[in-house]
Design a protein around this ligand. Sequence first.
Ligand code: F0G
Length: 462
Amino acid sequence: MRKPRPIHTVIEPFRIKSIEPIRMTTRDEREQHIRDSGYNVFLLNARDVLIDLLTDSGTGAMSAEQWAGVMRGDESYAGSESYYRFKAAVQDIFGFRNVIPTHQGRAAERILFSTVCRPGDVIPNNTHFDTTRANIEFTGAEARDLPCAEGVDLATPGPFKGNIDLAALERLLEDPPGRIPLAMITVTNNSGGGQPVSMANIRAASELCRAHGVPFYIDACRFAENSYFIQQREEGYGDTPLIDIAREMFSYADGATMSAKKDGMANIGGFLATNDDELAAQERDLLILTEGFPTYGGLAGRDLDAVAVGLYEALEPDYQKYRIASTAYLGEHISAAGVPIVQPPGGHAVYIDAAAMCPHIPTLEFPGISLAIELYREAGIRSVEIGSVMFGSTDPETGEPVAARNELVRLAIPRRVYTQSHIDYVVEAILNVYDRREAMRGYRITYEPAFLRHFTTRFEPL
Ligand code: F0G
C-alpha cells in the first residue's frame, strides 16, 4: 500500500448554501457599456460586471451564523440587545472601554478628526487611506504619510512592508511643525499595497507616541488579516491564536477606527473606540447629530449583530489560511508569467504595477485606467486604478497636473465570495491582456469633478 501523503490544497473552509447568479456578457456588449460609462469602471452597472474586484469593502458573503444574528437583531431605538452583543465583541477583541458604533469607517474618522483636529495640526500614519486623509484635511489639519523604505520599493518582497518609518515618526514627534493630536497606524496598509505591519513596529510606534504624550490609534479595518501575517511571519507568534495577537496589537493603542465592511465580515458598519472617557463623551454628542443614538450609531440592530459574529469569524484560523492563500494564489500566478505586481501579494488585494507593465503609456495618460478598462473589455472583470487619477494633483503654482507616486491597479478580493475557478478565470484574462500590452493606449480626461475625482471622471481613448 502507498504511504498516505499530506494534502496540500488549501480549500474554501465553507460550503455554499445560497447562490447569486453572475451574468456573462459579450465583448461587443462590454465595449458598449464601458463607452457609455465614460471609460470609468465606477460608472458601470454592477449587473454588467462578471467578476467584481473593485473593492473588498462590504462585498463579502455573510455566514449562516451572521444571518441568524440578523434575525436576532433587536431594533429598539435605545439600549438594544444587539448593541450590547456588539459592544461585548468589540471589547473582548479590541479591549477599549468606549465603543461607538458608526455606519461605516469614514463616519468614525469624521467624528474622531472633527473632535480632535484643528487647522495646522499634523496626523502621521504609515499611509492614510483616502477617506482618512480627506477627513483630516477637511478640518484644516495635515495628513502625513510615513511609509517605511521597504514599502516604497514595489517589486522587492518583504514580510512587513506596511510598517511605519519609526525614525521619521520620531523626528516628527520631536520637532512637530504643528500640534499632533494623535498618531495612527493602518493595518494592513491598504494604500501601501495591502501590506502588513509587524507587532514590533506597532509596539515601537506606540512607545514613541507615549513618550511624547501623543495618543496612538489604529485604523483597524483589516486587523484580522494583519494578525494572521504576524502569526505567519513574525518570530515568536507562530503558536499564538489570532485573537491573542489582535488583543496584543490593540493593547498598544489608545483607540481605533474600524470599517466593519472589511474584517467585520459585514455589508455595512463600523465603530470608533477609545479609552478616553472625556473624548468619548464629546464624540457621542457629535454621533447623535449625524449618525444616531449612541447604541445604534446609524446602524440597524441586525447590522450590529452581524458584525458581532463577523469579528470572531475573521479570526478563525482556517478562514485566514484560505483568505491569504487565495490572494497569494492570484498574485503568484500572474507574477510567474511576468506581470509586475507589488511584492508580495497583500492580504485583501493584488496590485498590478501598470506603469511597469506599460512603460509606453505616460503617467499622465493613465496606464492604470487603461489596464482597468482592458480587463473589463477582455473578461468583464472590474478592478480599480490607484494612480494619477485617484491621487494625482495640480501644482498650485503652475496649474500643471502632477502624477501620483505609483500607477497601480488593485484587484481586491471580496471575502468568501469567489471560488478558485473564478480566480483561475481572472488569471487567464490578465495574462491575455498582458500578452497584448504593447497595443494598449492611454486616455484623456474629458470631465472631472472638484473632489475625489476617480469616482466620476470621464475619459476618452487617445
Ligand atoms: N481605512 C481604510 C484602510 C480603508 O481601506 C477604508 C475603506 C476606510 C478606512 C474607510 O472605510 O469605506 O467603511 O468608510 N476602504 C475601501 C476600499 C473603500 O475599497 O479600500 P469605509
